[in-house]
Design a protein around this ligand. Structure first.
Ligand SMILES: *Cc1c(COP(=O)(O)O)cnc(C)c1O
Length: 414
């Protein structure tokens, strides 16, 4: 059940009309449903039932502090990839003891701050990082909690830019090297081994790659046990896909059931790091049609949102559903390329879409809750969009639209 549905020919976010949101906050703006976020979280959480688990929401999917706050209140942990994301989690009321720190390029200052905050663990991605972390922790007289991110070399069968678990990808420690590096880590004075993990990619629409990866991790866990190295947790990363068009990914329940049936009675806390599957279908991008440009070759609907607001179509050629906020039954449908005002041919949101449009109409671009605003930029000196969080009849301005003066506020004339 979607929280974005038509009532009397008008699209609503929960109990609020998108026409009203556009009137009050202008366009383009992101609109999120608090209810979708909560119910997705709770579906993962309750599928684990009594099994020891921690859901660490991947902050990079959508890092607005109001969304982090919703999740923190539900007891969520967080997967971060920078100090900026850790600050967001703290600001939102998240518990640092439920934070795992991923990423291939953690800097020393980031390690230091995260250690000071007593995060749950560092997902270490290379031998060099391990050595640096040991040194930083030694200087602070601490032991750094570590889970190695292993690269299980499985094909996630997703877009090559978001496949991360193949041996040629930059992520994680090669499966073949993991044992040696674990032995090394076990002998480091300021490293405390707490777990093992992987993250094989994003927008994955079948269970098989997750199951393959988990089997490989468990094999490694068994081998390491022989060497006297034991863990408290296994982290299977994020990556569960959502429906953009006609994909049918496993539900959170099916996913969790598949995982727990492989882990069975092992005494391990299970960590998952979902991002897209929590927030992806909890958001739309609300935009206005500025012009209908009918050429002899193509029809263009030029909207006031662009690739700087939502880069996924340009970057991954990804498909987003586009719907009229007001159903125009009296206008004939035509085929449009829905494009932004940016000076790039790659600036499109959708191609060959059948829509009944007039200039000034509002459009909703669906499945924009993940990797939408968080990947947005100021390209073409466009202020970033506002973000609105709807909860029933309540409308919360979760982020103000950037002001024009913000665009060069940090710049200095010579
Ligand atoms: C991006 C990322 C995630 C979240 O991926 P989704 O596909 O959004 O679920 C989880 N863990 C790590 C390490 C990541 O880099």
């Amino acid at each position: 059940m979607s929280d974005f549905i038509y009532k009397d020919g008008q699209l609503f976010a929960e109990d609020v009309s998108l026409l009203e949101i556009a009137e009050q906050y202008n366009t383009p703006c992101y609109v999120y449903s608090n209810n979708t976020i909560q119910s997705r979280y709770l579906e993962f959480d309750s599928a684990f039932a009594s099994r020891q688990h921690l859901l660490c929401y991947a902050v990079k999917a959508n890092s607005n502090i109001s969304i982090l706050n919703t999740l923190a209140r539900l007891g969520s942990g967080f997967d971060i990839v920078s100090i900026g994301e850790l600050l967001r989690v703290l600001e939102a009321g998240g518990d640092p003891m439920k934070v795992v720190f991923s990423g291939v390029g953690k800097r020393e200052d980031e390690m230091k701050f995260a250690l000071e905050q007593n995060i749950k663990c560092f997902n270490v991605e290379s031998e060099s990082e391990l050595l640096k972390l040991n040194r930083v922790a030694e200087n602070m007289g601490m032991a750094a909690p570590v889970s190695l991110r292993v690269n299980p070399d499985v094909d996630a069968k997703t877009h090559p830019y978001i496949a991360t678990g193949l041996k040629e990808n930059k992520f994680g420690i090669a499966f073949e090297s993991a044992k040696v590096i674990y032995e090394q880590a076990a002998n480091m004075s300021n490293i405390s081994l707490t777990g093992i993990g992987c993250h094989i990619g994003s927008q994955i629409s079948s269970l098989t790659p997750f199951q393959d990866a988990l089997h490989r991790l468990l094999d490694l866990i068994d081998e390491l046990k022989q060497l006297g190295i034991e863990f408290q947790h296994v982290d299977i990363g994020g990556g569960l896909g959502i429906t953009y068009q006609n994909e049918i990914p496993p539900t959170p329940t099916e996913y969790v059931n598949a995982v727990t049936s492989i882990i069975q009675k092992r005494d391990l806390e299970v960590i998952i790091e979902p991002g897209r599957s929590i927030v992806g279908n909890a958001g739309i991008l609300l935009t206005k049609v500025e012009y209908l440009n009918i050429t002899p070759f193509r029809n263009f609907a030029v909207i006031d949102a662009a690739m700087n607001d939502l880069i996924r179509p340009s970057l991954y050629n990804s498909w987003h559903e586009i719907k009229c906020v007001k159903q125009n039954s009296n206008i004939k449908e035509s085929i449009y390329d829905v494009v932004g005002p940016i000076c790039e041919t790659g600036d499109f949101i959708g191609k060959n879409r059948s829509l009944s449009l007039s200039e000034g109409d509002l459009l909703a671009i669906f499945s924009a809750g993940a990797y939408g605003f968080s990947m947005s930029s100021n390209y073409n000196s466009r202020p970033r969009a506002a973000e609105i969080l709807v909860d029933g009849v309540k409308v919360h301005e979760a982020r103000k639209r950037e002001k024009l003066e913000d665009l060069f506020g940090g710049e200095l004339l010579p």
